[in-house]
Design a protein around this ligand. Structure first.
Ligand SMILES: [Zn+2]
Length: 336
């Protein structure tokens, strides 16, 4: 994904209005902001999630048409099946900014597929073919390993899926691994790319317009993107506040209960052009993005973003655990 600067500028006023409203309801000192919710007694295993990050990276960068992409896709399918979920693969082809037609494989795993009330969790599993943000220009045409930008979100979802046997939610959960999120044009292809950023998030754009079940609905969605970086600090992302501020409140409150407020800051972050956008815009399912935002003059998501340093060594078990335990808290205290 990328930071959506243009949109941030033209929507600055609505963002401020929205942010003002939310900062009032999200203040930790506001007695109505943090309902007394019991801590969910299921423990997310961060070592297990880290092992999955390592496993995905061991295949190599999961770029389109690579052997690593095929093998990792099979691994993800098999893991979800192993946890007794119903897996649907959505295989299609998408048009890319560089005039190619490339295969796209979205992987959807359903817990209690018959349940009417559902929660959607999602992440992208593909890797970017270019380290175009690397400080060393010689690396710009090398693929990103995607330990954080790809594998981390999938790893957290797989560990949540494993724990459903303990959590036993009464409602349904869909885990969606989106393909072709990170194929957006690098700087050398900008002139060939659409101005609206639609060269990114190709898998989620396809699914949101062609869901695997016609008329698909979920009560809300949570997207995980780069949820394992050592430098992670999660701020409230702009589109998440615009489309789903009540879910932002729910998740940030859960983070506090789960003891993860060191990483979930009650601060506004950036606007991320990411997989939650087509879900909000095409399907109207309120969906937030848990994505890091670095403070400081350079901003950005992470120091390793789109560089050769996005490797397992730079993944923090503690961060994976903080995000995972927050999700367990959200799912375990859900009342519908
Ligand atoms: Zn990326």
């Amino acid at each position: 994904m990328r930071i959506h600067l243009f949109f941030a500028l033209i929507t600055a006023f609505s963002f401020l209005a929205c942010g003002g409203k939310n900062s009032a309801t999200l203040q930790p000192n506001n007695p109505t902001a943090t309902p007394t919710v019991e801590k969910v007694a299921v423990t997310f295993n961060a070592d297990s999630a880290y092992a999955s990050v390592q496993k995905q990276c061991d295949f190599g960068p999961r770029t389109p048409e690579s052997a690593a992409h095929k093998q990792c896709g099979d691994y993800i399918v098999n893991q979800f099946k192993h946890y007794q979920l119903q897996v649907t693969e959505q295989k299609t082809q998408v048009q890319t900014w560089d005039g190619k037609t490339l295969p796209c494989r979205n992987i959807i795993a359903a817990y209690k597929p018959e349940a009417e009330k559902r929660v959607l969790l999602c992440a992208h599993w593909d890797c970017r073919p270019w380290c175009d943000a690397d400080p060393d220009e010689a690396n710009h045409k090398k693929p990103v390993m995607g330990a954080n930008d790809g594998a981390s979100g999938v790893a957290v979802m797989l560990e949540v899926a494993r724990l459903l046997k303990d959590l036993q939610p009464a409602y349904g959960i869909d885990f969606i691994c989106f393909d072709m999120e990170d194929y957006g044009a690098p700087y050398w292809g900008e002139e060939s790319a659409p101005a609206d950023g639609s060269d990114w998030c190709l898998g989620s754009q396809y699914w949101a317009q062609n869901p695997h079940i016609s008329g698909y609905r979920a009560e809300y969605g949570i997207l995980l993107d780069m949820v394992g970086g050592k430098d992670a600090r999660f701020c409230r992302e702009g589109y998440s506040l615009q489309y789903a501020s009540h879910i932002v409140s729910k998740v940030w409150n859960a983070a506090e209960t789960a003891g993860a407020n060191k990483y979930f800051l009650r601060e506004d972050g950036t606007w991320a052009l990411d997989d939650h956008l087509p879900i909000n815009q095409y399907m109207g399912i309120p969906t937030i993005d848990i994505i890091p935002f670095l403070d400081g003059p350079e901003g950005g998501f992470s120091a390793t973003w789109h560089t050769v340093n996005d490797t397992p060594e730079n993944i923090s078990r503690e961060v994976l655990g903080a995000v995972g335990q927050t999700l367990i808290q959200v799912l375990g205290s859900e009342t519908f």
